[in-house]
Design a protein around this ligand. Structure first.
Ligand code: FAD
Length: 252
């Protein structure tokens, strides 16, 4: 079923991304990390696209992080939404980035590029995440600092959400095209054994640690190859694995 929800907040992070919240009047039941279809009505037709839900399922609103594409059929319009506007949201959600689809483990790595951050914004607010794992790191890689959506919230996350995180949360951002404390692709940080040292985790262990990945096709492919070389198995909605992968978008 497709419902109409009302926009309650809009935040433009940069010329490339923005986020917004809506009412949650209908019973949008979802697992943290899942995606649904959202869209707008345009000249009597609805334009719907897959979107990860960035809010947690215990919150009384829905939140989304969106790209802005000048020629994108949906986002060229969605980027102009204002408080009070209506957005179409499908009540059913799905997806593989759900903590239940991971085997139990020690440390949890949530690895994202661009709007691939969105599903992890939901997962890091889930108390189960911190019950199941000793430490959690969320990495976000983008070209330049304007695209680090939620930077301040993520930097101060343990302060605001400590009742849930119990100080187990870590945030690690890297930039690929601008100066920053951490430069370069996170795949290199992982492969060169620099990430776990920088965040003061134990050395990555294929037996103990678990991974979720959400980013561009190349990013996902590179990490899948890395995990396969470590002989890790990919989980899905019916089989638990040591890692899970979701596309942040489909490249046409
Ligand atoms: C499982 C899944 C979850 C998704 N979750 C999100 C989300 O949380 N936020 C979000 O903004 N988009 C998300 N997308 C992408 C989304 O469905 C749309 O493609 C996007 O909103 C652009 O829609 P459009 O109609 O403007 O352009 P489209 O015609 O859909 O896209 C045009 C082209 O732009 C590029 N593109 C599309 N989306 C992105 C993006 N997010 N980042 C970089 N390049 C992109 C691709 O090359 C694509 O072929 C998701 C896609 C999938 C498959």
């Amino acid at each position: 079923m497709i419902n109409k929800e009302v926009v309650t907040k809009v935040k433009h992070w940069s010329t490339r991304t923005f986020s917004f919240t809506t009412t949650r009047n209908y019973p949008n039941k979802f697992n943290n990390g899942e995606f649904t279809m959202i869209g707008l009505e345009d000249e009597g037709k609805s334009i719907m696209r897959a979107y990860s839900i960035a809010s947690a399922n215990h919150e009384d609103f829905l939140e989304f992080l969106s790209i802005k594409l000048d020629k994108g059929p949906l986002t060229s319009k969605l980027r102009n939404i204002k408080i009070g506007d209506e957005v179409l949201i499908q009540s059913k959600s799905t997806g593989t980035l759900v903590i239940d689809y991971l085997k139990p483990g020690r440390n949890l790595y949530l690895l994202s590029t661009g709007t691939g951050l969105a599903p992890f914004m939901s997962i890091i607010k889930d108390p189960l995440t911190y019950e199941r794992f000793e430490k959690v790191v969320l990495t976000h890689t983008v070209p330049d600092p304007t695209q680090l959506a939620y930077l301040e919230e993520l930097t101060l996350f343990n302060n605001r959400w400590n009742i849930i995180t119990n100080n187990k949360f870590n945030y690690f951002s890297t930039l690929t095209r601008a100066p920053w404390d951490n430069i370069g692709r996170i795949t290199q940080w992982i492969k060169e054994d620099r990430l776990y040292k920088a965040i003061q985790f134990e050395p990555i262990s294929s037996e103990l640690d678990r991974f979720m990945v959400c980013g561009s096709l190349n990013f996902n492919r590179e990490l899948i190859e890395y995990f396969k070389n470590l002989e890790l198995s990919e989980g899905n909605t019916s089989v638990q694995g040591e890692y899970l992968v979701e596309k942040a978008f489909v490249e046409k």
